[in-house]
Structures are given as C-alpha cells and as structure tokens.
Design a protein around this ligand. Structure first.
Ligand code: NAP
Length: 327
C-alpha cells in the first residue's frame, strides 16, 4: 500500500512527486497517456523561473523526473481507468494493475484539442502551438494565425498582436461562440484579419521543420485559399483528463475538477493539482506550484490520520498471516 499515489507526470504531478518523496512518503507516479504532459510537446520554455537562457520543455520535464527519482519516487507506465474512492485506502486501477493508497493526488492534466491534421502534430513546437502566453514571443514581427471561435481564440488573437505583424483569426463558421465583448475587441484590433467561414485543410511546412502557411477551404464553395504565415495557434479548447473520476470528484460545468482550500476535494485524502483543475492560468509554473500544494496537503492529511494508517497496516499484516485454506 502506498502513502501517496500521483496520477499524471506533467509539471504538477512531478512537483508533487518531488515534495512527497523528499517527505519520505515514497510516492508512486502513474505516468498517464501523455508522459511528461504538455511540456513534453513543446520546444523552448522561456518563462519558467530559474532558466535565464530558457530550457527545452522535454529537458525540463526529464530534470523534474530525475529529481523526484533521486528522493525515492517510483514511476509506473499506465493509464488510470478506474478509481474506487468510496473508502480509504483508495483503489486505483491502471489496466491490469491495481494500487492501494492512503492518499491520492490527481494531476492528470488537460489536453489541448487539436484539429487532427498530420502536419499539426509534426510541427507542434515548430511553429504550431497551443499556448499563446508560452510561445507568442517567438513570433515577433511575423504573420500568424489563430484557429477557433471561442473566448480563448479571441483572447489569444488580441494578445498575439503584441508580437505578431498580423494575426489571421480563422474560424470554421461565420458566427462566433465567443462573448460579444471579446469579439468586439478583436474586430476593433487593426492587426487582426477575420477569415470566416474557413476550414483549415492543411498546415503547410513542406518538410522544412517550420510553418510556412495554411491551406483553407470554404465549407460551402470548397474554394481553396493559401495564406503565407509563420505560426499557427490552435485555440479550439481543452479537455480535462477526468474520465476515471466522472461522478466521483466534483467538477465544474466544463468538466474541470474543483479544488478548494488549497488542493482539497470533497473527498478527504484526495487532492488535485495542475491543469486538471485549472482552465484559467495553465502555466508550467502555476501547475508546479499547485503540485507542491497538493503534496503538502497530502503530507498533512497523513499526519492527521496516522492512527488510521496504522490500522491499515495491521489489517494488511493480519490478512497476510492467515494461512491459505486447504483444498
Ligand atoms: P470553446 O468555447 O469550447 O470554443 C471552442 C471553439 O473552437 C469553438 O468556436 C469551436 O467551433 C471551435 N472548434 C472546436 N473544435 C474544432 C475543430 N475540430 N475544428 C475547428 N474548430 C473547432 O473553448 P474555449 O474558447 O477554449 O473556451 C472554454 C471556456 O473557457 C468557455 O467557457 C469560455 O467562455 C471560457 N474562457 C473565458 C475567457 C475569458 O472570459 N477571458 C477566456 C478564455 C476562455 P464551433 O463554435 O463551430 O463549435
């Protein structure tokens, strides 16, 4: 039985692992379907404190993993498909493996929705991005596109005009889902050109390892138009990775887990961290901060419930001591 099981190995999960491991809690980290989380899909990270020259996302994640291992964190590959949180110890199932734990930290992240184009995956981190705050700076003086019609797309389009020479806002319908005030701001921004209705058929890169443009199709006429540009920001929403916890841990209307009073959920002993509970900031450093909070909360919980922990141990030992029934 574990003291702490951490679901997710992005910035939040790994920071929780570092803190829990340093507190001698020997946490188990279950990697999830995107080991390393969103940082592992990006290139240069320039806004994580402590790296004046920036650091590659995958390198930052690898460093955190090594740091957690150094203090005794254990890692298992796997995707959690079932969680019994009705009583402690909790039972966590990942494929054929079942783990028992006194506390649980859910740091399963949120996945950016993607258009599903082959070049989008290939060029992610090389001109294709899902985070304007992270990557806008790399497009100073260059034309770029934002894809989407919700509040995120409007916010990113406006924000990116600080850097880009021009921002094409591309949306598949002529009507926007975004709130009126956000649309009005975009319409008033001279550096934004709205391109609707337009479906992104392809992101053009011609094998150069950099974005060179987008190919658009008009949904009614099927007319094709290419626009030359240097970057594409996909802003079509995020999906929190909460399938295994649906109906068990309280969520908001968009499916994000709700944390209150630090990292606590309504289930004592279950804590949440990172993008799975944060649709607002979504930054590596805020995810790391919330991972730290979750580990400290779990540690405190274990201290306060040490008598219960001892009873789990003695129950486990006595069941191990019962001889197997004779056939
Ligand atoms: P969203 O509201 O779900 O909008 C997603 C947009 O992407 C929609 O316009 C949708 O088009 C489009 N889209 C989805 N799948 C697509 C695909 N496969 N190809 C092309 N386009 C696709 O997501 P969001 O903008 O991230 O917002 C999420 C929540 O956060 C919302 O409640 C929003 O209000 C909130 N938010 C608020 C603020 C703020 O107030 N400052 C900022 C950001 C987000 P259709 O419209 O055609 O479906």
């Amino acid at each position: 039985m574990y003291d702490v099981v951490i679901i997710g190995s992005g910035c939040a999960g790994l920071t929780a692992a570092i803190y829990a491991a340093r507190a001698n809690l020997k946490p188990l980290v279950i990697d999830g379907h995107e080991p390393g989380g969103q940082l592992s899909l990006t290139t240069m990270v320039e806004n994580f404190p402590g790296f004046p020259d920036g650091i590659l996302g995958p390198e930052l994640i690898e460093n955190m993993r090594k740091q957690a291992k150094r203090f005794g964190a254990e890692f298992k590959a796997g995707v959690v498909n079932e969680a019994d949180l009705t009583k402690r110890p909790f039972k966590i199932t990942a494929g054929k493996d079942v783990y028992e734990t006194k506390t649980l930290i859910v740091a399963a992240g949120a996945s950016a929705r993607m258009l599903g184009l082959e070049n989008e995956r290939k060029l992610l981190g090389y001109g294709v991005s899902t985070c304007a705050t992270c990557d806008g700076f790399f497009f100073r003086g260059k034309p770029i596109a934002v894809v989407g019609g919700g509040d995120s797309a409007m916010e990113e389009a406006n924000f990116l005009t600080r850097y880009a020479s021009k921002v094409y806002l591309i949306h598949r319908r002529s009507e926007f889902r975004a709130s009126k005030i956000m649309i009005d701001r975009v319409r008033a921004n001279e550096k934004v050109e709205i391109v609707t209705p337009a479906i992104v058929e392809d992101i053009l890169g011609h094998g150069t390892g950099a974005v060179e443009g987008v190919r658009l199709r008009h949904p009614e006429t099927n007319a094709i138009r290419d626009i030359k540009l240097d970057g594409v920001f996909v802003a079509i929403g995020h999906t929190p990775n909460t399938t295994a916890f649906r109906g068990k841990i309280e969520t908001d209307a968009n499916g994000y887990l709700i944390a209150s009073n630090g990292s606590k959920t309504t289930i004592p002993g279950v804590f949440v961290a990172g993008d799975v509970q944060d649709h607002r900031y979504r930054q590596a450093v805020t995810a790391a901060g919330s991972g730290c909070m979750a580990a400290l909360d779990a540690e405190k919980f274990l201290e306060e419930h040490s008598a219960e922990s001892a009873s789990f141990e003695s129950a486990r030992q006595s069941s191990a001591a019962v001889p197997a029934p004779a056939n």
